[in-house]
Design a protein around this ligand. Structure first.
Ligand code: S3P
Length: 171
């Protein structure tokens, strides 16, 4: 069984790539944020707003566990923070899991997030200048977990097709 899990920072393209890879491999596709939103019947943005981040992390952990315990092969895109919590990190160590870290430069992430930050509660309120500082510090903290992935694929300057081909060639 192959559980292909795409990890990486907000804005790196986990959802677009996950969908594409699952289509190419003819595997089921799941997106953890979508799964959470359906479960709670609220957007991630509204969960943060009305219930706070600690609540979100609890639901995120429960939903991640539910997906990871599925008895099937799949491609799963998780949130930027998912691999950085101990219980989730442990689930990613399972022998059936193929974790792929989509690695982007800070410059690329900041440029993406400038236009995509609205729906991401952790960065929605930041100015462009604050965004650079925030992403730099956050990535430094999270890299410890991201670097535990089985494979790392650099995404800067590459098309979606090129990145998905690269990922598929690793599997
Ligand atoms: C988060 C990333 C988001 C979402 C939530 C928290 C994070 O997902 O799970 O806003 O902690 O990095 P994306 O990485 O898909 O934006």
């Amino acid at each position: 069984m192959n559980k292909i899990v795409l990890i990486g920072y907000m804005g790196v393209g986990k959802t677009v790539l996950g969908k594409k890879i699952s289509e190419n491999l003819k595997l089921a596709y799941y997106d953890l944020d979508d799964f959470i939103e359906k479960k709670v019947n609220l957007s991630v943005e509204d969960i943060f707003k009305s219930k706070g981040e600690i609540y979100f992390r609890r639901i995120e952990r429960d939903c991640f566990e539910e997906l990871m315990l599925k008895d099937e092969s799949f491609v799963l895109s998780v949130g930027g923070g998912t691999p950085c919590y101990y219980e989730n990190y442990k689930l990613l160590q399972d022998e059936n899991v193929i974790s792929v870290y989509l690695k982007a430069s800070i410059t690329m992430l900041v440029e993406r997030l400038k236009t995509e930050k609205k729906t991401r509660p952790l960065v929605a309120q930041l100015t462009d200048e604050q965004l650079l500082e925030f992403v730099g510090k956050h990535l430094f903290e999270r890299n410890f977990y991201y670097n535990k992935a089985k494979y790392t694929v650099e995404v800067d300057g590459k098309s979606i097709s090129k990145i998905s081909e690269e990922i598929i060639s690793l599997l």
